[in-house]
Design a binder for this molecule. Structure first.
Ligand code: SAH
Ligand code: SF4
Ligand code: F3S
Length: 429
C-alpha cells in the first residue's frame, strides 16, 4: 500500500461517476480510500463550474483543506472548473499549495501525474483543449443499489447560458456492446438500479442503434430498474414515450428540463422548442404512461427576462405540476453568449426564485397528499435500524418500517402519511 486517498466531488451525476473512475485509477496505483481528508496522502477535488456558486464552494473548500491537510499530502484539482480557458493558470497563481491541476480531457492519466509528482516534486499544470484518446477506466463503484453507466460524453447543444459544451467537448457515444455488457455485469454484481448518463441521452446513436434501440437492448430478463438522464425536450420522441410504456424495467419517471416558460426566452436560450411543443410532449407521455413522475430544471433571471416572461415560467410549472423541480438563479458564465446579453439585478432574480420555490412547495405537498392510500413498488436503497428508505417506480421517496426488508429489495408499500412532501408508508399485503 502506498497510502490513502480522499476525493471531493462537486456538480452533477456525471461528475459523481467520474470520481468513481478517479478512485479506480488511484486504487490501481496502490492507494486505498480514506474517509477523513486529514489522513489522506492524495486529495482530489473533482470540480464543477456550471454556476458561480459551484466555483465559490470549491475555492472556499480549498482554503480549508490547505490548513488541515497533512504535510506532504498531494493536492489535485481536476474537473470542469479547471477546464475553462485560463482557469488553471489563475488557480495555480491563487493557490500555490495545489500540486497538480488537470482538466476533464486528461484526468484519466491521474495515476501518471501523481507518480511524476511524487518522483520529481515538481508542480504539474496540464490541461488539454480536447480529447486525444478514448479511455475506459475501471470504476470503484459505491456499494449502492444504483450504478451509473455513461452512454455518451459531451454536448453539442450550446444552450446560450451553459458552460458544459466548452468544458466537456462534443458528443461522443459509447459502443452499444460496451454499454450492454456493463449493465449485465453490474446487475450480476448486485446493483438493482442502473442509471444511464449523458447530457442529452435522446441524441444517443451508435451505428444504427438510437436511444430507443439501446433501451430495447437493455430489456434484460432480470428484475432491475433502469433510469436515464438527461433528456433534452427537443429530442424527446413519441417512440421514447411508448418505450417507457412498454418496458418492464424502465422507471416511470422522466427528467425533462424545460428551463423557461416563455417562447422569447427559450429562443434566446437556443433551446429549439417552444412552450407549446414542450407541453404537447408532456401530454403525450402522460397519455401513454399515466403514472409518470415528472421532474425538471428551471432557471430564473436569464438576461432580458421580463416579469411577463417569468410569469409564463411560473404558469408552466403550475400547469405541469412536476413531482420534483430543480430551480436555479441564472449565473453568468464567461465565454457563453448569454454572458454578453443585458443582465438582470440580483434582487429581481432572488424575488423570482422565491416565488417559484413557494409555488413548487405547494405543488409537491398536494401531489404527496394525493399519494396517501396508494401502493408503490419501492426499491430499498438505505436502512437505518428498521427504517427503510427508497424510491418508488415514479421516483417518489418513501420511508417505511420493516425488520425483514433488505437494501436492494423491491417492496410493495402503501403510503399512509405525507408530512409536507415526506411520504411514509407501510408494507402492503
Ligand atoms: N444537460 C442537462 C443538464 C446540464 S446542467 C440538460 O440539458 O438539462 C444542469 C442544469 O443546470 C441545467 O438544466 C440548467 O437548468 C442549470 N444551468 C446550466 N447553466 C446554468 C447557468 N449558467 N446558470 C444557472 N443555471 C444553469
Ligand atoms: Fe448545457 Fe444545454 Fe448541453 Fe444541457 S443541453 S449540457 S443545458 S448546453
Ligand atoms: Fe456537471 Fe458541473 Fe461539469 S454540472 S458537467 S460537473 S460543469
Amino acid at each position: 500500500m502506498k497510502g490513502c486517498y480522499h476525493i471531493h466531488t462537486y456538480g452533477c451525476q456525471m461528475n459523481v461517476h467520474e470520481s468513481e473512475k478517479l478512485a479506480g485509477i488511484l486504487e490501481t496505483c496502490g492507494f486505498v480510500a480514506c474517509d477523513d481528508v486529514k489522513d489522506a496522502d492524495i486529495i482530489v477535488m473533482n470540480t464543477c463550474c456550471v454556476r458561480e456558486t459551484a466555483e465559490t464552494k470549491v475555492l472556499g473548500h480549498l482554503g480549508r483543506i490547505k490548513s488541515i491537510k497533512k504535510s506532504g499530502a498531494v493536492l489535485v484539482v481536476c474537473g470542469c472548473m479547471t477546464q475553462q480557458p485560463g482557469a488553471a493558470e489563475k488557480l495555480a497563481k491563487r493557490c500555490a499549495f495545489v500540486d497538480i491541476i488537470i482538466g476533464t480531457f486528461n484526468q484519466h492519466l491521474l495515476g501518471e501525474y501523481v507518480d511524476t509528482f511524487l518522483g520529481t516534486g515538481t508542480r504539474i499544470i496540464d490541461v488539454w483543449d480536447k480529447e486525444r484518446e478514448v479511455s475506459d477506466t475501471p470504476a470503484v463503484r459505491a456499494q449502492n443499489v444504483n450504478a451509473w453507466v455513461n452512454i455518451m460524453y459531451g454536448c453539442n447543444n450550446f444552450c446560450t447560458y451553459c458552460i458544459v459544451p466548452y468544458v466537456r467537448g462534443r458528443e461522443r457515444c459509447r459502443p452499444v456492446d460496451d454499454i450492454v455488457s456493463d449493465v449485465e455485469r453490474l446487475i450480476a454484481s448486485g446493483h438493482r438500479q442502473i442509471t444511464l448518463l449523458g447530457q442529452n441521452v435522446n441524441s444517443y446513436r451508435y451505428g444504427d442503434v438510437d436511444f430507443v434501440g439501446l433501451l430495447k437492448m437493455l430489456e434484460l430478463d432480470k428484475k432491475y430498474r433502469l433510469k436515464f438522464m438527461t433528456s433534452h425536450p427537443k429530442d424527446f420522441s413519441p417512440a421514447l414515450a411508448e418505450r417507457i410504456a412498454q418496458s418492464k424495467v424502465l422507471s416511470h419517471n422522466l427528467h425533462l428540463p424545460v428551463q423557461a416558460g416563455s417562447d422569447r426566452i427559450l429562443a434566446a436560450m437556443n433551446r429549439h422548442y417552444t412552450r407549446g411543443e414542450y407541453l404537447d410532449k408532456i401530454a403525450a407521455v402522460r397519455s401513454v404512461v399515466p403514472d409518470i413522475g415528472l421532474s425538471s430544471d428551471v432557471m430564473v433571471g436569464f438576461p432580458t427576462e421580463t416579469e411577463d416572461d417569468f410569469a409564463q415560467t411560473l404558469d408552466l410549472v403550475q400547469q405541469v405540476e412536476y413531482n420534483n423541480l430543480f430551480m436555479f438563479i441564472y449565473s453568468r458564465r464567461s465565454g457563453t453568449p448569454a454572458a454578453d446579453m443585458p443582465q438582470l439585478d440580483y434582487k429581481t432574480k432572488q424575488a423570482r426564485i422565491d416565488s417559484l420555490i413557494k409555488a413548487q412547495f405547494e405543488i409537491s405537498k398536494s401531489i404527496a397528499n394525493g399519494y396517501i392510500g396508494k401502493n408503490f413498488e419501492v426499491l430499498v436503497a438505505e436502512k437505518k435500524g428498521n427504517t427503510c428508505f427508497g424510491k418508488a417506480q415514479n421516483d417518489a421517496a418513501i420511508s417505511f418500517e420493516s425488520d425483514t426488508a433488505n437494501i436492494g429489495d423491491f417492496v410493495n408499500v402503501k403510503v399512509v402519511s405525507a408530512k409536507n412532501a415526506n411520504l411514509k408508508g407501510e408494507v402492503a399485503e
